[in-house]
Design a protein around this ligand. Structure first.
Ligand SMILES: Nc1ncnc2c1ncn2[C@@H]1O[C@H](COP(=O)(O)OP(=O)(O)OP(=O)(O)O)[C@@H](O)[C@H]1O
Length: 696
């Protein structure tokens, strides 16, 4: 410990020196863009070093060739020798054996040491020989178990010091193409996903220019994970739920599971695409007026312009391109008529030319002021005249009004409401729906529900922006969050089993490179879609090309509680085994019964008991939806959640109320599986009796 303390002191001294240097440099204002970029980089580095003061060093590797490496939250260079850093960043390739070396595959290492620190003080070391004398399943078992046994704070912490082998594999996996990570409850899927983001941003710094999107199941969940990435030094992250992803549109009402399932189906992508295509005008003779004269662009030409404008473009982008082509066609038509007039003039109709010239230059002040007439001496339009004429046509409000009348600007909200509220339109553009399903869709209120958000996103994308959307903002994350069509460098989806096909489409639009990490547990799926395998869940979005990884060890839930989950999983219809728990808490799960009238008082009493037992930590209550309101009123100071709301969260102790009430909910056994696996120490159940009967 004394030896490690010396090195930690040296690393902090070095960090303090670097911070002082950075402070001084940042105080000098930048003169130009390069200077600004340099200042920004220095400010980021300063932030990274400041945040690294917890866990500046957490590990050491002793190689067989006697090289010693220390691993920490960030890299710290030594004063003199750049090639021999004091600390290497946990994400650097050289740090990898810290997570993956085993006695069977020691990767040139003789020993791994976990160093526990509290601020600037070393508080413990755990050594793990890699020569085969201490083979175990876990990496740094002492440090890991200490971390897992700690009281919960309501905020997820970093796990860079104790990442396990199978987790490290996922963190550093190839990021080209989608990766789906299946893991049971508490296997560290969220931990892995967030550390992967930090790893990718470190390894591919260019990703920071596009940002990374983290999608979670609820705002409560996003709140729970907020501090992990900043603590790992990463800030180029936008976090959202599928409901909050589209700027300017939010969920205004609840909806039934049945309708949510119907509206979540992938068929809507095609339906909306057909509907949006139907809004494009059909080719006709296009009548335009210029300077009092009528011009007709023939149907044939209009059709050609339409075909090239619409290919691969959104409705509004195609409209703008079509408009540009019309400006050219009208310019040509005017020039053509001028030539005709010229020909007629040659036959002696000079007065006609004079009339035409007057017409063409009437409102051209520039031409008038420099004394030209808009035609050259022969009366023929020069290239310059044509360009000027084209520019005037492009800026002309009369031409714009004709085009707008023919190819009108469309409002996404209006169009979506129109389609969803009209059985005839639905019959035409979404023929896959049954009559009964169409009726249900049409019968929904106009306010947006959760399943409308991906439909809105899809249609808004098909219609496209009227003006190019270039949101300003100092920070990338603000710009990205404000722009619906922002393209991210990488997207992480947590609790990915819940996404509907339409929500997956929404994800794919934001990441055409398909650099996506989706983590989830198909056995915890509670959403209304009908997917029971990952192939079903992501097939529509990813096709056949995606990789899958598995996490098999449960770090959160103790052995005593995991023992209850096997039958629950079977009842949920899963063929999977629950993950293996790595630790026992020493507390057996217990059950008590209470009658309906005494429920609130008994819950308050038990929560008091649990809060005392797990003082300094957290206690949570999970109950059927119908009981939440009354229980929240009785227990205002603890989280009282449905199984769905508890997704991804954890506490030291859970009080589970009326488990049969949870299994009676749709996909209720999956819900109970979630509910049982939220605690790190103790699970208590309160069963409710109805009058003289036994508990349900
Ligand atoms: N390598 C690790 N080191 C320290 N703690 C870990 C590690 N892996 C997981 N944990 C802890 O285990 C708990 C569960 O992790 P996490 O929430 O990531 O699991 P999950 O698979 O997302 O669970 P669920 O599906 O139930 O939401 C968290 O407290 C997390 O900090």
């Amino acid at each position: 410990m004394a030896e490690e303390q010396l090195v930690l002191d040296e690393a902090f001294t070095r960090c303090d020196e670097i911070l002082q240097y950075l402070d001084a440099e940042i105080a000098v204002p930048a003169g130009d863009t390069t200077g600004h970029a340099r200042l920004r980089m220095m400010a980021d580095r300063r932030e990274e070093l400041r945040r690294a003061d917890r866990g500046l060093i957490f590990g050491r590797l002793d190689a067989l060739d006697r090289t010693v490496l220390r691993v920490g939250r960030v890299g710290v260079p030594s004063a003199g020798d750049d090639s021999d850093p004091l600390v290497i960043d946990w994400r650097a390739p050289a740090a990898r054996p810290f997570y993956t070396a085993t006695p069977v595959d020691p990767q040139g290492q003789g020993r791994r040491r976990h160093i526990r620190v509290d601020g600037r003080e070393v508080t413990g070391v755990d050594d793990e020989p890699l020569d085969g004398s201490g083979a175990g399943e876990l990496v740094g078992e002492g440090a890991l178990l200490a971390a897992l046994g700690e009281r919960r704070t309501g905020r997820m912490g970093t796990a860079a010091a104790t990442l396990q082998r199978e987790q490290d594999e996922v963190v550093r996996a190839d990021s080209r193409g989608p990766l789906v990570v299946q893991g049971g409850p508490g296997t560290g899927k969220t931990v892995v996903a967030l550390h992967r983001v930090a790893y990718l941003l470190f390894t591919y710094p260019q990703l920071a220019a596009q940002g990374v999107l983290v999608l979670g199941p609820s705002l409560r969940f996003l709140e729970y994970i907020t501090q992990v990435l900043p603590a790992l030094g990463e800030t180029a992250i936008v976090s959202a739920t599928c409901d909050t992803l589209v700027p300017g549109v939010g969920v205004e009402r609840a909806e039934s599971r049945e309708i949510a399932e119907i509206k979540g189906r992938g068929l809507w992508q095609q339906a909306l695409s057909r509907y949006s295509a139907s809004l494009v005008p059909r080719p006709v003779d296009l009548e335009l007026v210029w300077e009092g004269e009528r011009y007709t662009i023939g149907e044939h030409r209009v059709a050609r312009a339409l075909a090239s404008a619409t290919a691969g473009h959104s409705y509004h982008a195609a409209g703008a391109l079509f408009g540009q082509q019309v400006h050219h066609l009208l310019t040509d038509a005017i020039a053509e008529r001028s030539e005709e007039l010229l020909a007629q003039m040659e036959e002696g109709f000079e007065d006609l030319l004079a009339r035409f010239d007057a017409g063409i230059t009437r409102s051209d002040n520039r031409a008038a002021s420099n004394g030209t007439t808009g035609t050259d001496v022969d009366g023929e339009l020069t290239e310059e005249d044509l360009e000027r004429l084209h520019d005037r046509i492009a800026a002309d409000s009369g031409v714009a009004a004709t085009l707008e009348g023919w190819w009108p600007t469309r409002d996404t909200t209006t169009e979506l409401r129109r389609l969803l509220g009209d059985a005839e339109l639905l019959r035409r553009w979404a023929p896959e729906l049954t009559d009964a399903e169409r009726e249900m869709v049409v019968g929904e209120p106009q306010e947006w529900a959760s399943s409308d958000i991906p439909l809105f996103d899809a249609l808004d994308d098909l219609l496209g922006d009227v003006q190019p959307n270039e949101e300003q903002g100092e920070f990338l994350t603000d710009r990205a969050a404000a722009q619906r069509d922002w393209v991210y460098g990488h997207v992480v989806v947590d609790e990915a089993q819940e996404l509907s096909e339409m929500q997956w489409h929404m994800v794919m639009r934001r990441c055409p490179s398909r650099s996506i990490t989706a983590v989830g547990d198909i056995d915890q799926a509670e959403a209304p879609h009908r997917h029971t395998t990952w192939e079903d869940a992501v097939g529509a979005a990813f096709g056949a090309r995606w990789a899958q990884a598995r996490l098999t060890i449960c770090y959160r839930t103790p052995l005593e509680v995991m023992a209850l989950t096997g039958p629950v999983l079977q009842n949920a219809g899963s063929r999977n085994e629950p993950p293996r728990a790595v630790r026992a808490s020493g507390v057996e799960p217990w059950e008590r019964t209470v009658d309906e009238d005494g429920l609130a008082a008994e819950a308050v009493r038990i929560i008091g008991e649990l809060s005392e037992r797990w003082a300094g930590g957290m206690v949570g209550v999970i109950a059927p939806r119908e009981r939440l309101r009354a229980l929240r009123a009785a227990l205002p100071d603890v989280p009282v959640l449905s199984a769905t709301e508890a997704k991804g969260l954890e506490w030291d102790a859970t009080l589970l109320i009326d488990a049969p009430g949870i299994t009676a909910e749709p996909r209720g056994w999956n819900g109970l599986y979630v509910a049982l696996t939220r605690c790190t120490q103790e699970l208590g159940q309160l069963l409710v009796t109805h009058g003289a009967e036994a508990p349900r």
